[in-house]
Design a protein around this ligand. Sequence first.
Ligand code: GDP
Length: 235
Amino acid sequence: AVEIQNLRDRKRAKEHEIKDSTLPEIAIVGRSNVGKSTMLNTLTESPNTARVSSKPGLTRQLNFYRCGDKFAVVDMPGYGFAFAKEEDKVAWKELVCSAFCSSISQFGFWDRVNKKSLLIIIFFAHRLVQIEDYLGTRKSLRRIYVMIDARHGLKVADKEFLTMMGATCSKKFQVVLTKCDLVSPPDLARTYMVVQEELKKSFKNAMTDRILMVSSYTGAGMNTLRKDMLSACKQ
Ligand code: GDP
């Protein structure tokens, strides 16, 4: 009970605290709109600390929260948009490259280019770099929690993200099924089995002994998740 109390002291960490922090960290990641912000608020029982949105993609930067003196939670950007198909990524790179070339070779480039598309491309490219950099280099990172919507199971964007993560980072990840209140028990059991099989087959860093299941609305599974995070940080 004392340990869980610590989670409730969540404070957003300042820039220099993040850089110098030696606290163990856990990262929370998931597709936009999977219920990550709501879960963070329920987990820490402090409403409105993480922004909750009905529109996908509101949490955009890495947000660090110190949870007492035990560990820090890193809230990562939703990846539904950042992790496009391979051919789209190539298209982004080509577009950024050709836009840059035009801008230096032709005066008046800004009058012709579709500025909005260009800004969106640069924005997503930046997010991609930020996430890969953090996952690949952060020493204090103990475990990654990947949120998956219990209604849908692993979607293409999830698999792409997990593949990228496997290539970038050697850390274990734990899958958490969210919004379980919206799924009947038999459907939830089916999704659990399917996801577990897919993880075993394709993702060597996945923790496949068990998949956690939560509902931020009913609070189901939240205590188990809190305890799991604390034990990850003790390892
Ligand atoms: P994020 O983009 O992953 O941070 O998602 P949000 O936390 O902003 O949630 C997206 C939407 O899902 C909001 O409308 C939430 O109210 C809803 N939601 C989040 N968690 C749950 C849950 O456990 N059950 C149900 N039924 N809805 C949820």
